[in-house]
Design a protein around this ligand. Structure first.
Ligand SMILES: C[S@@+](CC[C@H](N)C(=O)[O-])C[C@H]1O[C@@H](n2cnc3c(N)ncnc32)[C@H](O)[C@@H]1O
Length: 225
């Protein structure tokens, strides 16, 4: 067997690269992505169009959403999910519709008033913190929003605090591996494996994957104890 003698400096460099390069590249792949643009409020009408590609009843069934549940709809937009959630959880439940764009807040607030819904609270949050209540929610839900988060790790840390111990985090987002002729540009979409890595690094564990939507992935996480 041929033994190769390395100078000490080369040996130390090799050792350093072997130990730390994998950590470095994992954190770069999770952090160095540019968030997508915020959905423009002047296009809010697009969020109101019926979506045969994102069926709210099926999504609620798969989440086993029921009477009395307390849900946070983060990045609620026009309230496309907020309103069906509110009718599903009923008068004993609550839905918090959270947004960081004032136009969306005004739009949902008007809708809630017109429909005289008493179990919805509209919350004006911050890009890094939905400003909700600690240890309060059965379910935190983000649809078509994760890829827009400017500070995903801070958001996830705060979401974790807002969830009850048995609470779940559901994320539906655009899958770059599925072709679509509409939606955000491909470079703004977050690959499923990167998203899972980011969420798991933030103290969650993947518990369900639902693969029935033509353009999206649908992932459910629970808090790691
Ligand atoms: C494409 S819309 C989706 C709206 C809705 N969830 C739906 O599926 O119809 C994404 C929304 O997320 C909101 N958003 C982006 N970053 C956010 C953040 N850090 N906190 C709360 N909302 C955010 C945007 O203002 C935008 O209205």
């Amino acid at each position: 067997m041929v033994k190769i003698r390395l100078p000490l400096v080369a040996y130390k460099t090799l050792l350093f690269l072997t130990l730390f390069l994998p950590l470095y590249s994992a954190s770069v792949s999770a952090q160095a992505r540019t968030p997508g643009e915020l959905f423009p409020p002047d296009k809010i009408f697009l969020l109101e169009e019926p979506r045969d590609w994102q069926n709210t009843e099926e999504i609620m069934d798969r989440l086993h959403l029921g009477a009395g549940d307390i849900v946070a709809d983060i990045g609620a937009g026009s309230g496309y999910f907020t309103i069906p959630f509110a009718s599903r959880v009923g008068e004993k439940g609550l839905v918090f519709a959270e947004e960081i764009q004032i136009e969306m807040i005004n739009y949902i607030s008007r809708k809630v008033e017109d429909l005289e819904l008493k179990n919805i609270r509209v919350i004006f949050g911050k890009p890094e913190d939905p400003s909700l209540l600690d240890n309060f929610f059965n379910l935190v839900f983000l649809s078509n929003t994760y890829h827009e988060l400017e500070k995903p790790f801070l958001m996830l840390e705060n979401i974790r605090k807002d969830l009850r111990h048995s609470g779940r985090l559901a994320i539906i987002d655009w899958d770059p591996a599925k072709k679509s002729s509409f939606g955000p540009p491909i470079e703004a979409k977050v690959p499923e494996n990167i998203l899972i890595k980011e969420v798991e690094r933030s103290g969650f564990e993947l518990i369900e994957k639902h693969n029935f939507m033509p353009y999206h992935y649908f992932l459910v996480f629970k808090r790691k104890s």
